[in-house]
Design a binder for this molecule. Structure first.
Ligand code: C2O
Length: 358
């Protein structure tokens, strides 16, 4: 049976899981979405013939684009907190899906938590999360073509936190004070960061990163299971380690960036360093845009063997979101496998790691 988020979002409970120190969880553990009506979520239908929104590489974004993006995030922050599109509510989504907010009641296992990390649900869940987040931002600035930038950490020109997140901290909606001070620009990201800085020179760190990206995307991702992670279905307990099998990119560069950006002096490494708080850093969505781009690139670099899962348990797994019109909708993995059908694409950026076989 495929995993399904509950119809009754009002059954959501406060976060309890994956917290190092829940007493000091300064962002708060009340992660449940606002309940606007008692109607069941409707199955979401992708708009036909969408205008393609092109997500730019953050380090190449123009000043006009950056201003627009900052304005959109500011508009989100200016909404009343209980509005489903508010910055707080959008950040809570991650907490609810990752820190024990929901259970598997929809599929008959109310005593088991729902978890979308460390398994094949990782890529599709985050794709849908960004999909609505991007549309909401576009709606807030009246620009249906608005596309999120991506943090191009797999290219040497993008291996620092993009400048737009750090400039003018007092007035910049993209700024988050809860980031590790050691890792602000010009510090070069370590795509294998696990809590300790390597001390490598810039040139060396870039070379290390490129060969690591090759390992993550090619050498260690030769088949669907290795790339996507374990087959998590209804009835599996995410608190049991046998059901925590992350794919190469999730376990690798994805988690490394969370740990590298989050402030290690905070009780739960807020913001990026814990599931419950990661969604409160605007950089989260830009990091995940590049993670999402890796899914697309992985399929493109070997069309014969790099394939999406085909099992019904994956295709029919579903999540519940508020869309850009504040409608509660249910979305399925099967509808997120083609980004052009979803109405977006990525600005091209070279992938030098493809020639960096270690
Ligand atoms: Cu849902 Cu980057 O984690």
């Amino acid at each position: 049976i495929p995993i399904a988020a509950p119809d009754n979002i009002s059954d959501c409970v406060a976060a309890t899981s994956n917290l190092r120190n829940s007493k000091d969880a300064i962002r708060g553990l009340a992660c449940c979405p606002p309940v606007l009506s008692t109607n069941k979520p409707m199955d979401y239908v992708l708009p036909s013939n969408p205008v393609i929104r092109v997500r730019p590489a953050a380090q190449k974004a123009t000043a006009d684009y950056i201003a627009k993006y900052q304005q959109a995030i500011q508009a989100m922050k200016d909404l009343p907190e209980d509005h489903p599109h508010s910055w707080k509510q959008q950040g809570k989504i991650h907490c609810a899906y990752c820190n024990g907010g929901y259970n598997q009641e929809q599929s008959g296992y109310p005593n088991l938590q729902l978890q979308i990390h460390n398994s094949w649900l990782f890529f599709p869940f985050h794709r849908w999360y960004l999909y609505f987040y991007e549309k909401i931002l576009g709606k807030l600035i009246n620009d249906p073509t608005f596309a999120l930038p991506y943090w191009n950490w797999d290219n040497p020109t993008g291996m620092v936190i993009p400048a737009m997140f750090e400039q003018n901290s007092k007035t910049n909606s993209l700024f988050d004070p809860l980031r590790d001070a050691k890792h602000l620009p010009p510090s070069i990201f370590d795509v294998e960061y696990a809590g300790a800085d390597t001390g490598a020179t810039c040139i060396d760190q870039i070379a290390i990163n490129l060969s690591s990206m090759y390992r993550q995307m090619v050498t260690n991702s030769t088949d669907t299971k290795r790339f996507f992670g374990g087959e998590f279905v209804a009835g599996n307990d995410p608190l049991a380690s046998e059901f925590n099998v992350a794919g190469t990119v999730e376990a690798g560069v994805h988690t490394a960036a969370h740990r590298w950006v989050g402030n290690s002096r905070m009780a739960n490494s807020e913001d990026m360093g814990n599931f419950y708080s990661a969604g409160y850093d605007p950089l989260f969505y830009v990091h995940h845009a590049n993670v999402d781009r890796m899914w697309q690139i992985w399929k493109d670099i070997d069309k014969k063997t790099h394939k999406d899962p085909t099992s019904g348990d994956w295709l029919n797994a579903s999540y519940v979101f508020y869309d850009e019109n504040e409608n509660l909708v249910r979305v399925y993995n099967r509808d997120c496998v083609d980004i052009n059908r979803m109405g977006y694409d990525y600005e091209r950026s070279a992938i030098p790691w493809i020639r960096s076989r270690p």
